[in-house]
Design a protein around this ligand. Structure first.
Ligand code: 8YV
Length: 329
């Protein structure tokens, strides 16, 4: 490809070597080899010169950044599925296309959701800590008792790709599947999962042993699990979140755990990421992960390949396969 025809692509974080190498072959690229997250000024400078920007969840591409974009910026090809870090309306107004990488991190995120359900119900991190600290004095019939999964009810908030993948796994653990979603899913899927649909999130929350948050963060889902709704949950229930922290009122969640109004939480995401509420850190019944739900080698490669395809297809003059439409949110 002649250089003048190659789009100039700025990548905000270090990506897997194989992806960066392929990008170098296909585009004019500025990589970020030391992986330091860009400041707002650096993002503004990047959109002033790039034809395509490849950000991640750690970059806030807000209206202010988008309004500073030069006329050459045509595409924001995000490395990740969630697009809540990008102001989609501002991009649309400027005629800038936005793409993401859906589908390729479904299985990995669902695996991590199950891992958090198991770890929280069976007190995995408490057990690990006991052994590592040399404080384990031997087996006892009444120590480290958790909750049995088999036969319990799992309520999935958001039955999209990831929610359905969680449900399939959960069936293998003999959990019964319940869900709340904007729209009821197809009958075949409901039958396959033997899933019970709840139009009322309030009513579902009040009856579940385990609640899993699997919906995206949008203006409509911000604090969907509000203080009032969290208070509806059973005292012996657990909550896991591998989606976005903003969907849950985190401060109230912590207060409930401190008061013993909830049995435990498993969190991979936080409302003010990467800050983790210090009160959470002190709670033994909180299993806390550093936003690693999709962190597999295979997943990162697949995400990178999707980014490359979206850029190529767009600059070949076609609609990219993973174009995000504002109306979806
Ligand atoms: C990604 C995620 O790793 O894709 C998402 O929405 O939350 C993560 O698992 C991250 O977004 C990369 O930008």
């Amino acid at each position: 490809m002649a250089d003048r025809k190659r789009p100039y692509v700025i990548v905000t974080r270090k990506l897997p070597d194989a992806i960066e190498t392929r990008m170098m072959e296909l585009f004019r690229v500025r990589l970020n080899l030391d992986d330091a997250a860009m400041t707002k000024d650096e993002l503004i400078a990047a959109v002033a010169e790039a034809d395509a920007l490849v950000p991640t969840v750690t970059d806030r591409i807000d209206r202010e950044v988008i309004e500073k974009a030069g006329p050459q910026l045509k595409l924001i090809a995000s490395f990740g599925t969630g697009v809540d870090h990008i102001d989609l309306n501002a991009a649309k107004e400027r005629g800038i296309a936005v793409t993401n990488t859906p589908g390729v991190l479904t299985e990995d995120t669902a695996d991590m959701t199950m891992a958090l359900i198991l770890a929280t119900a069976r007190r995995l991190t408490e057990g690990v800590d006991l052994v590592r600290k040399g404080e384990w004095t031997g087996w006892s019939p009444t120590s480290m008792l958790g909750a049995r999964l088999s036969g319990k009810r799992l309520g999935i908030v958001g039955m999209g790709r990831i929610g359905s993948a969680v449900a399939r796994r959960a069936r293998g653990f003999n959990l019964s599947i319940h869900y709340h979603n904007r729209r009821r899913v197809h009958q075949e899927l409901e039958e396959e999962l033997e899933a019970t649909y709840w139009d009322s999130l309030d009513q579902m929350l009040a009856r579940m042993d385990i609640v899993s948050v699997n919906c995206p963060h949008t203006p409509a889902t911000y604090h969907l699990l509000s203080a009032r709704r969290l208070d509806l949950m059973r005292r012996d229930a657990i909550l896991v979140n591998t989606s976005r922290g903003e969907v849950v009122d985190e401060a109230h969640l912590v207060t409930m755990l401190q008061r013993g109004d909830l049995a435990g939480v498993g969190l991979d995401v936080y409302e003010h990421e990467p800050a983790v509420n210090p009160r959470l850190l002190r709670l033994p019944n909180a299993v806390l992960l550093p936003h690693m739900g999709s962190a597999t080698l295979e997943g990162r490669l697949d995400m990178g390949e999707k980014v490359i395809i979206n850029i190529r297809v767009y600059f070949d003059g076609h609609s990219p396969p993973d174009r995000v439409l504002v109306t979806e949110f």
